[in-house]
Design a protein around this ligand. Structure first.
Ligand code: DSN
Length: 430
């Protein structure tokens, strides 16, 4: 528990940050929704842009002092339109959550219904009635889910959507092992005259790398996303759209609706990540998925209940492991943390709400960060071995933690990024 005064001096705050850095650099991070940025991105995140305002659009601002930032944002927009092959890009949302909210504000009125995945089936809290959708006054219905296939139960979902007549059919989510049936929902959206949206937060980097479905090409109206999971940029949000007729309402929902300033240092970092993904996106995305499959296979061989063996476990960056027989997700993730392996406990589709909140059945493991640090399938086998030692064999976590530290210390350099210094060699701090 934090005691008053614990962090009451500059040195204590600094040393706590340093401790965090030291610890996390000795850990294996398997949180599927996280990643690390390149040195070039980190440098601009600390730049003077982080002190400035730039409401409005490039070269048409409500503030003075933005002539250099105008160039940065204009470049970021151009790069994003080309990389995502999107007619419309809005990079102002500060998070994926805010991007989802903006889509709701732009396309719905209070009292409308959205249909999406429930939380245990992979839906994000921002489209729950107790979350962002509720803040917009929306009613929320859930797609029936096929637990065996770990995907939307298409026939039942189409039937349900026809009966509830939602304003938005929302695909995508936070558990995302396999592509969603976009084409079929496009037909339904046309039949019902409603919008088809897609939350790509988890899979944006895979889409850019061409190893996952491409929702805009498959017929989605609007994609909302964060920019820091498989897409390895600074924490933030983005909206992509193929329909010019929705641009004005999306723009208004984001600014002045949900955002004032859009955190300019983040936009500069995003511009650099777009360059990185333009050059390395294909190779990086391929390695992420290859590693996820390798990790799943190794865990399965070592005796873990990895979901969806019959489908090759996953086609994305994440895998799900049912650890209910090993004490549940809370216990297993807690023990792994003591061994310097960081992941999150996760509800599985069959969990009831109270289990989902307390000790859910699963853990979710993701490979974006370990891949960015240069690890490959042989390292995935080693990681699976460490997980087995902790979760199945009950080896003392301190002992495993020391081994994990030694292992992690060999992977300290961010890969798939522009040569350090090349993107900012003329950059000077004040
Ligand atoms: N809740 C996050 C995740 O871990 O998937 C996304 O915001």
């Amino acid at each position: 528990m934090l005691r008053l005064g614990d962090l009451s001096s500059l040195e204590r705050i600094r040393s706590t940050v340093v401790e965090h850095h030291k610890w996390r650099s000795r850990c294996i991070n398997l949180i599927a929704s996280e990643n690390i940025t390149s040195p070039a991105v980190r440098e601009v995140l600390a730049s003077d842009f982080g002190h400035r305002y730039a409401e409005g659009e490039p070269y048409a601002r409500l503030y003075e002092g933005t002539r250099f930032f105008d160039r940065i944002e204009a470049s970021a927009l151009k790069l994003a339109r080309s990389l995502f092959k999107a007619e419309y890009v809005n990079l102002k949302p500060l998070s994926g959550c805010m991007a989802n909210l903006a889509v709701f504000y732009a396309l719905t009125s209070p009292g409308d219904t959205v249909i999406c995945l429930s939380v245990p089936d992979g839906g994000h809290i921002s489209y729950m009635e107790f979350g962002g959708a509720g803040v917009r006054g929306l009613k929320v219905e859930y797609f029936p889910f096929d637990e065996k296939e770990m995907n939307i139960d298409l026939d039942r979902a189409l039937k349900k959507a026809r009966s509830v007549k939602p304003r938005i059919l929302l695909l995508g989510g936070s558990i995302f092992l396999f592509p969603h049936p976009v084409k079929e929902f496009r037909e339904l959206a046309d039949e019902l005259g409603v919008f088809l949206a897609y939350d790509a937060a988890h899979v944006l980097g895979l889409i850019v790398g061409g190893v996952f479905q491409d929702p805009l090409r498959e017929g989605v109206d609007v994609v909302s996303s964060s920019t820091h999971k498989t897409f390895p940029g600074p924490q933030g949000g983005i909206i992509l759209c193929s329909r010019r007729d929705l641009a004005e309402s999306l723009d208004k929902a984001v600014f002045p609706g949900l955002t004032s300033n859009h955190h300019l240092h983040r936009v500069a970092g995003l511009a650099i990540t777009l360059l990185e993904m333009k050059r390395y996106g294909k190779a990086y995305a391929r390695s992420i998925v290859r590693n996820a499959k390798a990790l799943a296979e190794s865990l399965h061989e070592l005796g873990f209940e990895v979901l969806c063996e019959h489908k090759g476990f996953t086609e994305s960056h994440q895998i799900l492991v049912d650890v209910s027989r090993l004490g549940g997700g809370r216990k297993v993730a807690g023990k792994l943390q003591k061994a310097n392996i960081i992941c999150n406990r996760n509800p599985l589709p069959w969990d009831r709400l109270e289990e989902a909140r307390g000790n859910p059945s699963g853990i979710r493991l993701g490979t974006p960060e370990v891949t960015r640090l240069g690890m490959g399938p042989s390292e995935m086998r080693q990681i699976a071995e460490y997980i087995k030692q902790v979760a199945i064999e009950g080896k003392p976590t301190g002992k495993v933690a020391r081994e994990v530290s030694r292992f992690a210390s060999q992977y300290q350099q961010v890969k798939y990024c522009l040569e350090e210094g090349s993107a900012y060699k003329y950059f000077r701090f004040k």
